[in-house]
Ligand binder design. Structure first.
Ligand SMILES: [Ca+2]
Ligand SMILES: [Ca+2]
Length: 86
């Protein structure tokens, strides 16, 4: 692997050996849509139930049912869910 990061190289690199490791983040395959509140791959009645169960304020902004992350679980989140219903 060759390349330049940040600035033009002015001389050969020294100082020892190094290695660049690549791969995937552990758990990255578990990513699911923000609209999929229970992360089951579908946007459906189970997600609707989660929204209704969490309806109201979400002060810590860490509610899966707060689809637009505005601190409230409300009609906006419900509209997002319905618009993307699977
Ligand atoms: Ca779901
Ligand atoms: Ca919201």
């Amino acid at each position: 692997m060759n390349g330049t990061i940040g600035q033009v190289a002015t001389s050969s690199m020294g100082g020892g050996t190094f290695a660049i490791n690549g791969g995937f983040w552990a758990g990255a395959g578990d990513y699911c849509s923000r609209l999929d509140t229970n992360c089951d791959g579908r946007i459906d009645a189970a997600d609707l139930a989660n929204i209704l169960a969490a309806w109201g304020n979400c002060p810590d902004q860490n509610c899966p049912a707060d689809l637009n992350n505005d601190g409230h679980v409300d009609g906006v989140d419900l509209a997002l869910l319905v618009a993307n219903w699977d």
